[in-house]
Structures are given as C-alpha cells and as structure tokens.
Design a protein around this ligand. Structure first.
Ligand code: ADP
Ligand code: 5GP
Length: 216
C-alpha cells in the first residue's frame, strides 16, 4: 500500500534536494505540491514547487477545509492539499512531502500510516554555509530560519527515522531504504547518540543567531 512520507528538517537541511533526487530516481514516489503565501524564489515554478497563493485565497481554501494540515512557517502560511495527497496515493505511488513539524503533527493524525523522517545537517557550520550558499534569504530571513531551526530540532522525537545529510547520495539512499522497509538502522530509537548531535547543533545555531543579530 502506498503511504505518505514526510521529510522535515531545519531550513537548509536538504529535504527539498533529497525529495527531488528521490522523485527523479523512483517511479513509485510522487510529490504533493503544497500551497504557500511566500513569494516564489528565482527558478521556482507555479504548480511544480508550490501553488503560490495570496493570503486571502489561502484563507478561503482553508475555510473550505481543503488542507490536510496547515501552519505558519517563517512568517508565511503553508498547507498540504488533501486532494494532492489523495491524487498521488490513488495513482499507486507513495507521496513525499516536505513539511514542518507543526504540519507533521496534524498530518500524522489524519494519515497515521505516514512514515516520518527527520533530516539533520552534519553540523551547524554546514547548515549555515549551505543556507548562505543557496543565497535565497537576506539576513533578517536567515535569522528567522535559524530560530525556527531550534524549534524544529526540539521536535525530533516526533519522527520515527533520522538521517544525517552529509553526503547527498547516502542520504537519498537512506530514504530509499526506509521506503523499501530496509531502513531499521535509521530508526531514531536505535541511535541514542543523536541527542548529543542535536545539542551541538542547537549551540551552533544559537551562536549564529547572536553573530547575525550583531551584524544587523
Ligand atoms: P531545505 O529544503 O531543507 O531548506 P535544500 O534542499 O534547499 O534545504 O538545501 C539547502 C542547500 O544545501 C541547497 O543549496 C542544496 O543544494 C544544498 N545541499 C543539500 N544537501 C547537500 C549535501 N548533502 N551536501 C552539500 N550541499 C547540500
Ligand atoms: P521553504 O519556504 O524554504 O520552501 O519552506 C519553508 C518551510 O516550510 C520548510 O520547513 C518546509 O518544510 C515547510 N513547508 C513547506 N510546505 C509545507 C506545507 O505544505 N505544510 C507545512 N506545514 N509546512 C510546509
């Protein structure tokens, strides 16, 4: 039976990249295109990356109960359309979603057989340099994303699986193994050392918040 697969991570953790790689390499995985009120980034396409909505339109669709979950993330509204999820599942494919921790909580209640995967960056330095290299956020937005990263990391216990995105190929292979039922080694409960890693990440992110705030 096809199932929903949720990827969450601090912003810059690599979940969008991993989802794209999986979609390119597996025919049994489809993507649920989310709605958002954030403006498109250069290169993003309407209906492929997101459905870009005005706040008014988003609220209208929310009122019409079109969302399986929705949340405010980094100051913008985001939501998963029930119809998108059903469309992919009905085609016999697993549906991959890149949603935040608040959305995951809501979604997992509606779809209890979902596979929940948390992606960790290998270090706070890697996270910061990847976000900077992506170059899509100004300092203000970066600080907001670092603050959200702390909130996301605190919710890691919600997830069944944790993958460290050091080498992209290995991270993609790890998600693939989980989909195939061969990912037991990535179960959070089997990796108690993750708690220390998360603590270190939090410290590094807090340092970055202090440094970037001083630059403003
Ligand atoms: P997210 O969707 O979690 O915010 P992205 O997928 O946009 O993160 O990744 C953030 C940046 O890091 C992108 O520029 C991406 O190309 C890069 N990236 C992702 N995974 C890796 C990796 N394993 N090694 C190096 N760079 C990576
Ligand atoms: P970005 O703006 O970088 O594409 O995404 C920002 C954050 O919004 C990420 O944490 C991403 O997981 C989350 N996000 C993207 N789509 C959705 C969605 O449909 N619902 C929820 N709750 N979060 C989403």
């Amino acid at each position: 039976m096809p199932v929903p697969i949720i990827l969450s991570s601090p912003s810059g953790g690599g979940k969008t990249t991993i989802a794209h790689e999986l979609l390119a390499s597996r025919k049994d995985v489809g993507y649920s295109v989310s709605c958002t009120t954030r403006p498109p980034r250069p290169g993003e396409t309407e209906g492929k990356d997101y459905y870009f909505l005005t706040e008014e339109k988003f609220k209208q669709r929310h009122g019409a109960r079109e969302f399986a979950e929705s949340a405010t993330v980094h100051g913008h509204l985001y939501g998963t359309l029930r119809a998108e999820v059903e469309r992919v599942l009905a085609s016999g494919r697993n549906v991959i979603m890149d949603i935040d921790v608040q959305g995951t909580r809501q979604f997992a209640k509606a779809f209890p057989d979902s596979i929940l995967i948390f992606i960790l960056p290998p270090s706070s330095e890697a996270l910061i340099s990847r976000l900077e290299a992506r170059g899509t956020e100004d300092v203000e937005a970066l600080i907001r994303r670092f603050r959200s990263a702390e909130v996301e990391l605190k919710a890691i216990d919600l997830y069944q699986y944790v993958i460290v995105n050091d080498k992209l190929d290995s991270a993609v292979a790890a998600v693939s193994d989980i989909i195939d039922g061969k990912g037991q080694r990535f179960e959070r409960s089997r990796n108690p050392e993750l708690a220390g890693r998360v603590k270190e990440l939090m410290k590094g992110i807090q340092r970055a918040i202090d440094q970037y705030s001083a630059r403003k």
